[in-house]
Write a protein that binds this ligand. Structure first.
Ligand SMILES: Cc1ncc(COP(=O)(O)O)c(C=O)c1O
Length: 300
C-alpha cells in the first residue's frame, strides 16, 4: 500500500516531491516537530504533544500553521489514509515557511506543515523487557535542547555511533561529566539507595512526553522521582537504568559502555514502571469515526 503524506493543504503520495527547495526547514533547519504514537488507531497523549508543539513554536516565534482543532483532524485523516488501525506513529513538522535564502525571519510567510504516518508492529513486551545497551558520547548540542527543533545533527551523529557500536542508543554527557539525555530519549537511573533519578527539565534536555507520563504515573503509585543531574559514573554504578521515549516506551538499559547494569536484566522498579506505562498506552481512547476534512483550514 502506498503511503500518504499531508503537505501544506494536500494529501499526496509520500514519494511525490512536494516541499519547496527554499523551505527554511530544508535550508536552515528552521522548524520544529513532534512524534506521536498511535495505539488502537488513536493518538497517545495527544494534548501533551500539542502543548509541547505550542511551546516549541512560541520559543522560535513560528506561527501555528492552522488551528489546534484542525491539526487534530488532519492527524486523524493521515492516520486513516495510511490505514493505521493498531499501532503506528505520526510525524508532524512545522517550519517557518518558504522564502529566498536569508537568515533573518521573512515577513508575511505562512509556516509549512507536513505530516506523515506509518504503522508499527504491536508492542512486544518481552522484547522491551529484554533491555538494551547504550554507549556514551559528548553532548555537542546547542543550549536550547528543550525546543523540539528539527536541527538534529549531534543526535544523528550520536545515534550513528551507537549503531556502529552495536548499541541501541547513545547517552550524551556534558562537559561536567553529567548525562543529559539520549539522542532520542530521556535517561533515568535508580541509585543503590533506591532513588529514581532523572535530570530536571531545564534547557539541556527535551522534556519528553513519556518522561512526563512516567513521572506522573510513578508519583500516582507513591514513587517520587528525584529530578537532578546525575554523572556518568553514577549511571555506570546504578542499581537500574532505563530510557523513555514515545517509540521506545520504558526501555531497560542493561549496559552502559562496558558497565553491566543489574546483571544485564531489567530491574524491579523499571519493571513496575514499564507495566504501568504499558497500561497507560493501551488505555488510549478508541479512534473516533473518520473525520471529513473538506472544511479544514489548511495552510497554503
Ligand atoms: C532528544 C530527545 N529527548 C527525549 C525524547 C523523548 O521524548 P518523547 O517521550 O516525547 O518521545 C526525544 C524523542 O524524540 C528526543 O529526541
Amino acid at each position: 500500500m502506498s503511503r500518504v503524506a499531508y503537505v501544506n493543504g494536500r494529501y499526496v503520495p509520500l514519494d511525490r516531491p512536494s516541499v519547496h527547495v527554499e523551505d527554511r526547514g530544508y535550508q536552515f533547519a528552521d522548524g520544529v516537530y513532534e512524534v506521536i504514537a498511535i495505539e488502537a488507531g488513536a493518538p497517545v497523549d495527544e494534548a501533551l504533544h500539542l502543548d509541547r508543539l505550542d511551546y516549541s513554536l512560541a520559543e522560535l516565534a513560528i506561527a501555528w500553521p492552522m488551528s489546534r482543532a484542525a491539526l487534530k483532524v488532519v492527524m486523524r485523516e493521515v492516520v486513516r489514509r495510511n490505514r493505521i488501525t493498531a499501532r503506528g506513529i505520526v510525524y508532524l513538522q512545522v517550519t517557518r515557511g518558504v522564502a529566498p535564502r536569508n537568515h533573518a525571519f521573512p515577513a508575511d510567510v505562512p509556516p509549512s506543515l507536513v505530516l506523515t504516518a506509518r504503522p508499527l508492529p504491536a508492542i512486544d513486551a518481552a522484547v522491551v523487557r529484554a533491555g538494551v545497551r547504550v554507549v556514551t558520547v559528548p553532548d555537542l548540542r546547542w543550549k536550547r535542547a528543550d525546543i523540539k527543533s528539527v536541527s538534529l545533527l549531534p543526535n544523528v551523529l550520536g545515534k550513528e555511533a551507537a549503531v556502529r557500536a552495536g548499541a541501541y542508543e547513545a547517552w550524551m554527557v556534558d562537559e561536567t561529566g553529567r548525562v543529559t539525555e539520549g539522542t532520542a530519549s530521556n535517561a533515568w537511573i535508580v541509585t543503590a539507595a533506591g532513588d529514581l533519578v532523572t535530570r530536571q527539565a531545564d534547557h539541556a534536555i527535551l522534556n519528553g512526553i513519556t518522561r512526563r507520563m512516567v513521572h506522573a504515573i510513578a508519583a500516582e503509585h507513591g514513587i517520587r522521582p528525584v529530578e537532578r543531574p546525575f554523572t556518568l559514573e553514577e549511571a555506570r554504578t546504578a542499581a537500574e537504568a532505563f530510557l523513555t521515549s514515545t517509540t521506545s516506551l520504558v526501555r531497560p538499559v542493561v549496559r552502559i559502555d562496558d558497565a553491566v547494569i543489574n546483571d544485564g536484566r531489567i530491574g524491579p522498579l523499571t519493571e513496575r514502571l514499564l507495566t504501568f506505562y504499558l497500561e497507560h498506552v493501551r488505555s488510549a481512547p478508541p479512534a473516533p469515526r473518520p473525520a471529513r476534512t473538506t472544511d479544514v483550514g489548511a495552510a497554503t
